[in-house]
Design a protein around this ligand. Structure first.
Ligand code: HEM
Length: 416
C-alpha cells in the first residue's frame, strides 16, 4: 500500500521524503488511486518529469487541466483560457505577445520598486516585532508587486490577495475558512476546506473584477503603460482578446504570482532558520543570494505538482500509460532525485549546478520566474539588512494540501 500521495493529510506534517525516495527506486511511475474513483500516475524521477513536460502532444495540459480533480465543464472551459492549460499551437500564440513583459529588461527595471515595497513591508513588521511571518510579512510583497506591475488601484490589492488565497489553498479548512478581512479563521478542523468549487468561485469573482476593470480602461484608452494595458492591447490571431479571456488571463497572473512567491519567502526563511550557519553565511556575504534563492526553490518548492492528461497510449520509463490517464509531475520528488542532485536532502545555499524543476520546464516554464527570483533576492537582502535578530516564537504550521507545499503560519520575533 504505502503512502497515499493524493490525500492532503499525507503532506500536512511534512513531505513524505522517505516514501518518495523509495518509490523513485522501486516504482518511479506510480499509480495512485483517488477516493472518488479513478486515479493518476505520479511521476517521481527528474528525467521523467522533464520527459512529460517536454512532450505536450502526448501529455496535454488542456484536455483535463492542470490539477488532479475533475472539473465541471464550465470550470474546465474557464481554465482553458489560462496559459497553464493551453496546448500548442494556441499556447504559443497567447504566450509570445506577453513574454517581453516578463523579460530581463522590464523585470530588471522593477528592482528598485521591489526594494521599496520590501522596505515598506519590513518597516511595518519591525513596528510589530512579533509577527506571523506568512501573513503579516511575506504575503504582502507578491500581492503589491503584482498589483504594481499590472497597474491596479492600490485599494484593490487586499481584495485580490484574498481571492488568490482562496484560490490556491482550497484543501485546507483554516485557509478556506478565512473571513472577509482575510485573516485566517480558527477553522473547522479535520474537514476538507472550500475545495475545488470555492477555488473556482474565487476565480470567477476575480475574473469579474478584471472584466469590469477592462471596460473602465477601454473607456479611457491609451492613458496607461502597465501590464494590464498590454494585455488589453494584445492581439491573438489578429484580434484583441475578448473580455472573458482577459479576465481569466489576469486571474492566472495574480494567482500564479501570489501564493507561490509568498511560499518561497516564508519556507525559505524557515529553511534558513533550520540551518543557522547558512543564514549567517548569507548575512555576511550577500553575493550568494542568487544561489541561495535557487536552493530554497529546490528544497522547499512551492508547488508539489502540475497535471497533464495522456492524449494517446504511451510508455513512460517502462510503464504503460493509457490515453486519457491523468499524469502528475511531482516536482517535490524530482527535486530530490539523487540521479541529478548530490546529497539531495541537504540544504546547501551554495549548490551548483541546481537544475530544480520548481518553475516547471518546457513550453509552460514559469513566465514569472525572473520576477519571482528577483523578488526573492531583493526581499532576503532587505530582510537581513533590517533584522539582526530573527527568532522563532512557535512552531511553523503547514498548509494541508497535495498541491501547495507551503506554510500557513510561521510565528517569529524580529529585532533590529
Ligand atoms: C516562486 C514563485 C513561483 C513558482 C514556484 C512558480 C511555479 C510555476 C510552475 C511550476 C509553472 C509551470 C506550470 C506547468 O508546467 O504546467 C508556472 C507557470 C506560470 N507561472 Fe509561475 N511560479 C512562480 C511565480 C510566478 C510569478 C511571480 C508569476 C507572474 C506574476 C507567475 C506566472 C506564471 C504563468 C503566467 C505561468 C504559465 C506559463 C505557461 O503556461 O506558459 N509565476 N509557474
Amino acid at each position: 500500500m504505502g503512502v497515499d500521495l493524493y490525500s492532503p493529510n499525507s503532506w500536512v506534517d511534512g513531505v513524505p521524503h522517505d516514501e518518495l525516495e523509495e518509490l523513485r527506486r522501486t516504482d518511479p511511475v506510480h499509480w495512485q488511486d483517488m477516493p472518488e474513483g479513478g486515479g493518476y500516475w505520479a511521476v517521481l524521477r527528474h528525467a521523467d518529469v522533464v520527459e512529460v513536460a517536454r512532450h505536450p502532444g502526448v501529455y496535454s495540459a488542456s484536455l483535463g487541466g492542470v490539477v488532479l480533480e475533475d472539473l465541471s465543464p464550465e470550470s474546465l472551459e474557464m481554465m482553458r483560457h489560462m496559459l497553464l492549460a493551453m496546448d500548442p499551437p494556441v499556447h504559443a500564440r497567447h504566450r509570445q505577445p506577453l513574454a517581453p513583459t516578463f523579460g530581463a529588461r522590464v523585470i530588471g527595471e522593477m528592482e528598485e520598486r521591489i526594494r521599496a515595497i520590501s522596505r515598506r513591508v519590513l518597516a511595518e513588521a519591525a513596528e510589530r516585532g512579533d509577527v506571523d511571518f506568512v501573513h503579516d510579512v511575506a504575503a504582502h510583497l507578491p500581492s503589491q508587486v503584482v498589483g504594481e506591475l499590472m497597474g491596479l488601484p492600490a485599494e484593490d490589492w487586499p481584495r485580490l490577495h484574498r481571492w488568490a488565497e482562496r484560490q490556491t489553498a482550497g484543501q485546507d479548512p483554516d485557509v478556506a475558512g478565512a473571513d472577509a478581512t482575510g485573516e485566517v479563521g480558527g477553522g473547522v478542523t479535520g474537514e476538507v476546506g472550500g475545495g475545488v468549487d470555492d477555488t473556482m468561485s474565487a476565480s470567477v469573482e476575480m475574473a469579474m473584477y478584471f472584466i469590469e476593470l477592462a471596460a473602465a480602461r477601454r473607456a479611457e484608452p491609451g492613458t496607461r503603460e502597465d501590464l494590464f494595458a498590454l494585455i488589453l492591447a494584445t492581439e491573438v490571431d489578429g484580434a484583441p482578446m475578448d473580455d472573458v479571456s482577459v479576465g481569466s488571463f489576469c486571474v492566472q497572473l495574480v494567482t500564479a504570482g501570489n501564493d507561490t512567491t509568498r511560499t518561497m519567502l516564508s519556507s525559505g526563511l524557515d529553511a534558513l532558520l533550520d540551518h543557522p550557519d547558512q543564514l549567517e553565511a548569507l548575512r555576511a556575504d550577500r553575493s550568494g543570494l542568487g544561489a541561495a534563492v535557487e536552493e530554497i526553490l529546490r528544497f522547499a518548492n512551492p508547488l508539489h505538482y502540475f497535471r497533464r492528461t495522456a492524449t494517446t497510449d504511451t510508455v513512460l520509463h517502462g510503464t504503460a500509460i493509457a490515453g486519457g490517464d491523468k499524469v502528475a509531475m511531482l516536482y517535490t520528488s524530482a527535486n530530490r532525485d539523487d540521479a541529478v542532485f548530490a546529497e539531495p536532502h541537504r540544504f546547501d545555499i551554495r549548490r551548483d549546478p541546481n537544475p530544480h524543476l520548481s518553475f516547471g520546464i518546457g513550453g509552460h516554464f514559469c513566465l514569472g520566474a525572473r520576477l519571482a527570483r528577483l523578488e526573492g533576492r531583493v526581499f532576503f537582502d532587505e530582510l537581513l539588512s533590517t533584522f539582526g535578530r530573527i527568532e522563532r516564537t512557535g512552531a511553523a504550521r503547514r498548509v494541508r494540501s497535495n498541491l501547495n507545499n507551503g506554510l500557513k503560519a510561521l510565528p517569529l520575533a524580529l529585532g533590529r
